[in-house]
Design a protein around this ligand. Structure first.
Ligand code: ATP
Ligand code: MG
Ligand code: MG
Ligand code: MG
Length: 477
């Protein structure tokens, strides 16, 4: 079943159950404090918080999502993308657990002929919050799931809140057992690679008070209880398409294949460090993921830059280009890869084809600029790395600083490239030099007084944003 068939089937199922079909919102989140839409529920936050009254009491959507917090997992786990689609069903004070749980089960396990996804019920496991007997009973008594495949977990795993006073509640997650070939027995509590999480059902049941982390008081039951669920479309696609991971599914694989062809490296599908071809396979999976994420971000109006969303896009594009370089491709690669992603995505998102002229112009210009940076700095970096290696020491802060200052080499690129050669970098010294430079700029500005003073602040921001990637809060929850 192709990804777009999965999403159509999803929407039809919930529409038939009285849900209003809501189109995906932009990847650029409209919620304050949020950079990107990271889950299907994000566009509905004002309804969940009671700030606005929803025009319907049940909704369903397939939401485009970006999660840069997962960037280090990409290509290494079977299941994480930076861009993915989350299918969801939502109840705003309408139905609750006793309907949400049986519906989820019915959709996953009824046959394809009957409108379901036809998953083998014997392979499904669930987790519930240890204090949520109601959900346990629904899975056990109503659905008929044997006790061995229901695992009770604590507050860290199966409890949802926004990080602030407001709605909170237990959740229940559904996992698919890929079989002994993929890892240890014992359910999702033991192995999250063998047992792939596919669907999270969140039950907004309580009003929480003040507190830190998971340490807060429950003030009472919410007058109107809500349901928020999210299923990863690509994760279901990987199961239904019989492929090994996220990157081999129909909307992602064409870029992976193009990367293999362009670089002349066969994709072997290896999964574990140390297996033959593993490093190259990870690179191809990273390329496939990042090229698609970049396409979708530019389509939603993001342009590469030095801060905020633009910096995330820049990092994604540059990581893809770097990965291709490590596969031996030194010429521009996006003119080959981006159209592949466009063709894989345009069926569901026609805008990526309609607006491709603009999208590709932005992406290709960023690649050219980056290749220039690399070319000018690489020789300098390599000789500094060779010296450091010979002297069995870290690359000095002064070298990292010179690369940054003279060649525009961002520190994370230096860290990455030095790391590949087995050399660490004296980051503390680098940061001290950056701080000194900032200080000098401030002094200069003060000397000149007036308007220029603000530039040092801008410089500081650029420097900081230029060296941090995962530090952003993508959504304040
Ligand atoms: P995981 O534990 O696998 O990282 P999660 O618990 O962070 O997943 P949720 O926040 O519960 O995920 O999101 C709901 C669903 O969205 C997940 O069950 C999964 O199917 C999907 N999903 C989450 N993150 C990703 C991702 N990076 N790539 C693809 N699908 C994802
Ligand atoms: Mg996660
Ligand atoms: Mg999880
Ligand atoms: Mg989850």
């Amino acid at each position: 079943m192709l990804s777009h068939e999965i999403t159509q089937r999803w929407l039809s199922y919930f529409e038939a159950k009285g849900h209003h079909v809501v189109p995906s919102a932009s990847l650029v989140s409209q919620q304050s404090g949020a950079m990107f839409t990271i889950a299907g529920m994000v566009p509905f936050i004002p309804y969940f918080l009671g700030q606005e009254t929803p025009p319907y009491s049940r909704a369903t959507s397939v939401q485009k999502c970006i999660r840069t917090l997962d960037i280090d997992e990409v290509g290494k786990t079977a299941r994480h993308g930076t861009f993915f689609q989350m299918a969801g069903n939502f109840s705003f004070g309408d139905y609750f657990k006793s309907q949400a749980i049986p519906m989820a089960w019915e959709l996953l396990t009824s046959s394809v002929a009957d409108g379901g996804f036809g998953l083998d019920p014997e392979r499904l496991w669930v987790t519930v919050y240890e204090g949520d007997q109601e959900s346990y009973d629904l899975w056990h008594d109503t659905v008929g799931l044997p006790a061995q495949r229901i695992q009770r977990m604590g507050r860290d795993e199966n409890y949802w809140d926004t990080g602030q006073p407001g709605p909170a509640g237990p959740d229940s997650e559904i996992f698919y057992d890929r079989g002994p070939r993929y890892g240890k027995d014992g359910g999702p509590a033991v192995d999250d690679d063998r047992y792939i999480e596919i669907w999270n059902l969140v039950f907004m049941q309580y009003q929480r008070g003040e507190g830190n982390g998971k340490d807060y008081e429950i003030l009472g039951e919410l007058p109107k209880k809500n349901i928020d669920t999210g299923l990863g479309v690509e994760r279901l696609a990987m199961l239904l398409q019989g492929v090994e991971n996220f990157y081999e599914t129909d909307q992602v694989r064409p870029v992976l294949d193009a990367a293999a062809k362009l670089s002349g490296h066969a994709y072997r599908g290896s999964e574990k460090p140390g297996e033959e071809g593993y490093e190259d396979d990870v690179r191809m999976r990273v390329v496939a993921d990042h090229v698609r994420s970049s396409l979708m971000l530019i389509a939603d109006g993001v342009t590469p830059g030095n801060e905020g969303r633009g910096y995330i896009l820049r990092r994604l594009l540059r990581r893809a280009v770097r990965a291709m370089r490590l596969l031996g491709v030194t010429d521009p690669c996006l003119p080959v890869l981006l159209p592949e992603s466009r063709d894989a995505m345009k069926g569901v998102y026609p805008v990526v084809a309609e607006d491709f002229e603009r999208i590709s112009r932005i992406a290709y210009a960023e690649e050219r600029a980056f290749l220039k940076t690399i070319e000018s700095g690489t020789t300098r970096l390599e000789s500094a790395v060779a010296v450091a290696k010979g002297e069995k020491r870290a690359l000095s802060g002064a070298d990292a600083f010179a690369l940054h200052d003279t060649f525009g080499f961002p520190i994370d690129l230096t860290l990455e490239m030095a790391g590949e050669a087995g050399v660490s970098v004296d980051e503390t010294a680098f940061r001290e030099l950056m701080a000194e430079q900032r200080h000098r700029a401030q002094e200069d500005a003060r000397a000149k007084k007036g308007a220029l003073a603000d530039l040092s602040e801008l410089r500081r921001m650029l420097d900081e944003h230029g060296s941090e990637f995962t530090g952003y809060t993508e959504l304040v929850t």
